[in-house]
Design a protein around this ligand. Sequence first.
Ligand code: WQD
Length: 337
Amino acid sequence: MKILVTGGLGFIGSETVISLIENGYEVVIVDNLANSKIGVLDRIETITGVRPDFVKVDCCDKEALNQVFDAYPVSGVIHFAGLKAVGESVRIPLAYYRNNLLSTINLVEAMAAHNVYNLVFSSSATVYGDPKELPLLETTPLGETTNPYGETKKMIERILTDFNKANPQFNIALLRYFNPIGGHKSGLLGEDPTGIPNNLLPYVTQVAIGRRDKLHVYGNDYPTEDGTCIRDYIHVCDLAEGHVATIKYLEEKPGLVIFNLGTGKGTSVFGVLKAFEEATGVKIPYQIDPRRPGDVTANYANVDKAEKILHWKAKRDVKQACFDAYQFQVKNPKGIE
Ligand code: WQD
């Protein structure tokens, strides 16, 4: 069975491609290389022994996308492609709305035109906004997003839900990721942001190898045990395996489903630094900065639904993820060339 993976050369996409191949699927990757490197394809081949098909296409280009479906008969699609930098989305909101919404609409139309009915969409825990109660269940009402990036995820969830009502032959999974971190155990793949990292772990690993002098911790006056924010950090390889479980599920069960993909455990920023030091032996220098606008105090998932229905559960802990992220950074100090 062949699966089309948009954004398949990205951080989560590439790990998912590997998991799919390891589970006997064939893969065709579509990626516009806006925030990924072609070298990732070689690394996927080194790890799996298989070179997936790759087509450089921007999903906003409907004709090119249709040509991919003409050329590669697929049974399902996992849609990762999208712009994802929170701060940038505040500066150039229209680019985010145009890119993320248009690419998804084009994709679904191309799927419908080619009778491909199984779709997994990369959503985010950001759709819950600032949680009133924890842990977050899939039934927890959605909250106010704090930036255009998050709003595109919420809007796409709505678009796909409406589309599914009108087109019940489609099977759609909305996967709400918590905070993906880590990398492949080979050290060949990991998070490789361009410029200054927005997210915690890539910043920490760049400090660890001396590329940056210290971490800026955004606030230590939150109402948590140590004053820093709490997140549900999930190893990217666990997340990837969650996608394979979802694809298998969609092959058997029709309809629209929503799953939280997290670990169910919250870790503070200082908790991450402690795990990092335990895993790698490297102590991260930091300074306390003011709170970052838009950050919520805490969020973590209830993951019972995924466990019960997908028979999937995160197996790796934050320490393992810190170790794998560090390995990747050490082997690729300047990222993937
Ligand atoms: C985690 C914690 C920061 C950087 C974002 C998106 C979300 C999802 C994942 C991505 C927070 C603190 C961070 C730093 C710090 N989407 N921090 N110093 O904000 O939970 O989620 O990324 O595609 O939609 O909103 O993740 O890694 O940025 O932050 O102290 O240099 O680390 O304040 O408490 P976040 P993050």
